[in-house]
Design a protein around this ligand. Structure first.
Ligand code: SER
Length: 627
């Protein structure tokens, strides 16, 4: 049974039973509390809670759909036999409440939901009854017992309606009405037999799951409650009973196709095979036997990420450094990195776009806008290549790359560790992934501590603490502003004297912000003089160079350094003008610094002081821009 037949039979079955067939909603949901659409029920949330009227919109309290879904939780598992990011979900839904005046369109609950699911599997799909097992909600443990057993509450807190008891009704339908023997009906707690809410609040309730040959294929949710999370992302729920409870079921099309087509994994089903076939030709075979496992894994990751990206872009998502856009960017960058790492010369994006159009276009017309979709994909490729070029330039500066350097390069230019291994194997030969991961971990702890709140903690391709940028264009801009900031400090000291000392600085693509010690407001004339000095230095196109020195030696050179900063044992001393060797002729500016900087000052463009203000006793702040 091919996937088109499965979709068709499913929708027909429920249409015959009074369901309105509703098209898939976009992968970008209306619901602001979730990034992407992860379940078929999401577009129907308002109908479950009485905020929209299904009789008016669907002439029925029941609907069925094939929904495009994307789950980020599985990104890192993709590459095995089963995990995917994008998938399609077949679902039937009932929103609770009475029928139309003519008696049609009435909602249903556990009895019909379970009987129909069983009928569909056995009669329509032709699955033998013996292969089926199910699970039902076994009830929450009593809080008291749980406390006695473990010394504290574990998984969830109870509030509102609190403890939910065993779903005896579902058990009885399976056992007494359908006749499944007791040993084929398992009972589990909230970890396995509970759904939702999606996001921070919404319908939720116990589930019953249907397994074929011990593989879960269908999840039937009984939305008996409206749940609110006690804390964001937490398990604890405040529950309130819904007056007319509903049904929400979901069955993954990919998994069903594996079963119906008798193939070993999703990538061999008709939902993927034509793509895998093309990718097999496009990705050069790796030489060794042990590598063939890797080769297969690479094909699967590429197939998943390519298919998912095309759908996301077709639904209007654009790669960015924020939220859902960042998820798309991650998928695309992984594809692009693999392109380099595995020496792939074929145009993967065109292969994917053609594949999705041919195999899904009839069902999802939006994927037929191939030109538009390709434009976005290639746009991201350009951006990535620019960032890469900057990174490659940076690695030329190193003889040997330490874990710390590797992390800096990753953070600053977006060059992942695995690419360093490809590009400069000699420079990283003493470095292993575990050391890099340890650095990564350290950084995550710091950022969790709240350092990057303003930027949402992710998405920056450059973040030195002082400099922050999130695209290659921004990297270029903050680099210019950074060199300008060194010139600014030197100029301030020339005009105002050595009382001027750096107290802080912060550089974004919009501006540099420099804090320094000085006791009074600068006059307009002083401002003008500082600006002119900076612009003269820019016009002279002074070279920007550095020398690496042990910290104590570096301090003796008279180069400026920021007393608040903790410097490593070896530091770079950057000179603007003069000569890189700090012992020779004087320079316009000399400072301890980690970079990055422009190579010559002319690249900075025109510098302008946009604002001065006081930020405390004896501390002034200047903002400057370049254009
Ligand atoms: N919402 C449930 C799920 O996604 C059933 O559709 O599994």
């Amino acid at each position: 049974m091919n996937s088109k037949e499965i979709r068709g039979k499913f929708l027909n079955f429920f249409e015959e039973r009074g369901h309105k067939i509703v098209p898939s909603s976009l992968l970008i949901p209306d619901d602001p509390s979730v990034l992407l659409t992860t379940a078929g029920m999401q577009q129907f949330k308002p109908y479950y809670i009485g905020k929209a009227d299904p009789l008016r919109d669907f002439k029925s309290r029941n609907a069925a759909s094939v929904q495009k879904c994307f789950r980020t939780s599985d990104i890192d598992s993709v590459g095995d036999e089963t995990h995917l990011t994008f998938f399609e979900m077949l679902g039937n839904f009932s929103f609770g409440g009475p029928a139309n005046l003519d008696g049609s369109g009435a909602s249903y609950f556990k009895k019909e939901a379970i009987h129909w699911a069983y009928e569909f599997i056995v009669d329509v799909l032709g699955i033998a009854r013996e292969r089926i097992t199910v699970s039902v909600f076994g009830g929450d443990p009593s809080p008291l017992k749980e406390r006695e057993a473990s010394g504290s509450f574990t998984n969830h807190s109870f509030k509102g309606e609190g403890q939910v008891s065993r779903d005896a009704e579902s058990f009885n339908i399976w056992h007494k009405e359908i006749g499944l023997p007791e040993d084929k009906i398992k009972e589990h707690g909230r970890e396995d037999n509970w759904w939702g809410p999606t996001g921070n609040e919404g319908p939720c309730g116990p589930t019953t799951e249907i397994y074929v040959d011990d593989v879960e294929i269908w999840n039937l949710v009984f939305n008996e409650y409206y749940g609110k999370r006690l804390e964001i992302g937490g398990d604890g729920l405040e529950l309130e009973k819904i007056s007319s409870p509903g049904v929400d079921t979901g069955m993954g099309l990919e998994r069903l196709a594996v079963m119906m087509q008798g193939v070993p994994n999703v990538f061999e089903t008709d939902l993927f095979y034509p793509l895998i076939f093309k990718l097999r030709e496009a990705v050069p075979k790796l030489p060794h036997e042990t590598q063939s496992v890797l080769h297969k894994k690479v094909l699967k990751i590429l197939a998943d990420h390519l298919r998912a990206s095309v759908f996301l872009v077709a639904d209007g998502l654009r790669p960015s450094n924020k939220e859902a856009g960042y998820i798309l960017r991650r998928l695309l960058r992984r594809i692009l990195v693999y392109g380099i790492k595995y020496d792939i010369h074929a145009d993967l994006f065109s292969i994917a776009v053609d594949f999705v159009k041919e195999n899904y276009g009839e069902w999802y017309p939006e994927v037929k806008k191939t030109k538009e979709i390709l434009e976005i994909l290639f746009g991201e490729k350009d951006k990535f290549e620019k960032a890469l070029a900057l990174g490659v330039k940076e690695i030329e500066k190193y003889d040997r790359i330490t874990a710390k350097d590797a992390f800096y390069i990753y953070e600053t230019f977006g060059l992942p560790f695995e690419l360093l291994q490809e590009l400069v194997p000699d420079k990283v030969k003493n470095l292993n992934k575990a050391d890099f991961d340890a650095e990564f971990q350290k950084h995550q702890e710091i950022s969790r501590a709240g350092q990057e709140k303003k930027f949402g903690g992710h998405g920056l391709i450059l973040d030195t603490g002082e400099l922050k940028a999130s695209t290659p264009e921004e990297v270029e801009k903050v680099t210019r502003l950074h060199t300008a900031t060194h010139l600014l400090q030197a100029a301030l000291r020339r005009v105002l004297g050595s009382e001027v000392k750096q107290m802080g600085s912060d550089i974004t693509a919009e501006r540099t912000r420099f804090d320094f010690s000085f006791s009074r407001k600068l006059t307009d004339e002083e401002i003008k003089k500082v600006e002119d000095l900076v612009n003269e230095a820019i016009q002279k196109d002074l070279p920007v160079t550095y020398q690496e020195l042990p910290i104590e030696e570096a301090k003796k050179t008279g180069a400026l350094y920021f007393f608040k900063e903790k410097y490593p044992d070896k530091v770079k001393v950057y000179s603007i003008g003069g000569n890189s060797s700090v012992s020779s002729e004087p320079a316009f500016s000399r400072e301890f610094c980690g970079g990055p900087h422009v190579a010559n000052t002319f690249k900075i463009g025109k510098f302008k002081i946009s604002k001065q203000e006081a930020v405390g006793a004896g501390v002034r702040r200047i903002r400057g821009v370049v254009d």
